[in-house]
Write a protein that binds this ligand. Structure first.
Ligand SMILES: [Zn+2]
Length: 305
């Protein structure tokens, strides 16, 4: 009896302090994603059962991210950590160690057939870029269907009581991915084959081009860590002129100046902003994966048709 009273008082005090909603949220599974695209996929599969946070936020570059002490605390509090893998988050292993977390780490890209990063990247800085797998596997919708399966399995293992719900959400989202993939193929077919050529700042559309028959070129390699050298830029400009590439695009995570220079010197036009490695904020055109892919598709179609 006395205990109930004490508990009741505690609840009233918490409500007065405005802490009650935070306590309610704590009953959800806490998933930590490394970047915004993964965070959206976890939200799609986890629904109301999962609260998702992302280490690297919208419009931000995950390649060269520097984790903060606050990040280590957040990772330590997570029930589940979801990473892309394929070397995309070069900083994650140290962060996980530093956090001391015992939470399971799900590699979303597990099972993806990788493609190599561009080997013709001209390296003036003595770095080694060419031997790594391209980490941007989410640019193929078929790969994201694998991501969703891996996320579903990870959530179900961490929270078996809601496995049926995660399976249902994953299946519903997979149907949306199928519809998206059909749209991408239909739309790209309306662009003449010789105009399906695009230049972006860094080499982030390899999976997209392999899956959907586009040709992408980039002065920078598969990571934004290295700068494009003058030889890379000169090579791209020659290629644009020779192949009559219609448009260059600026990824939202990239500095637009390099593409503006390349457009000026090659005669190609600057197409719309495209989303390679990060979503937009909630009010932008790419708050989720489906919207991101549709927004890119519209930018490609408008610039190339
Ligand atoms: Zn990238």
């Amino acid at each position: 009896m006395g205990r109930h009273v004490t508990r009741g008082l505690a609840a009233i005090i918490l409500v007065l302090l405005g802490l009650a909603p935070a306590m309610a949220a704590d009953t959800k599974l806490k998933a930590m994603a490394t970047f915004s695209i993964l965070a959206d996929l976890i939200t799609q599969v986890g629904g109301e059962r999962v609260s998702v946070t992302s280490l690297v936020g919208p419009d931000a570059d995950a390649h060269g991210y520097s984790p903060t002490p606050g990040d280590a605390r957040h990772v330590a509090e997570a029930d589940l950590v979801v990473v892309n893998g394929l070397g995309f988050e070069g900083w994650i292993e140290r962060l996980i160690k530093a956090s001391g977390t015992k939470a399971p780490v799900i590699v979303a890209s597990k099972g993806v057939t990788t493609i190599a990063g561009s080997h013709d990247h001209d390296d003036d800085h003595g770095h080694d870029h060419g031997d790594h797998a391209d980490p941007h596997a989410w640019q193929s919708v078929a790969n994201v269907k694998l991501y969703v399966v891996n996320i579903r399995d990870g959530l179900s293992a961490a929270d078996p009581a809601h496995a049926a719900l995660y399976a249902e959400n994953a299946a519903a989202y997979a149907r949306k991915l199928d519809a998206l993939e059909g749209e991408i193929r239909t739309t790209l077919q309306t662009i003449p084959a010789e105009r399906r050529r695009i230049i972006t700042t860094h080499d982030s559309f390899g999976y997209f081009s392999a899956a959907y028959g586009m040709r992408f070129l980039a002065p920078q390699g598969i990571s934004t860590d290295s700068e494009a050298g003058p030889k890379d830029v000169a090579r791209i400009i020659r290629q644009i002129r020779r192949d009559k590439v219609p448009a260059v695009f600026v990824e939202t995570i990239a500095d637009p100046r390099l593409m503006q220079q390349i457009a000026r010197e090659s005669g190609a036009k600057v197409g719309g902003r495209i989303y390679s490695d990060a979503l937009s904020g909630p009010d932008g055109p790419a708050p989720g994966y489906l919207e991101m892919m549709r927004s890119n598709l519209t930018a490609f179609r408008d610039a190339l048709s």
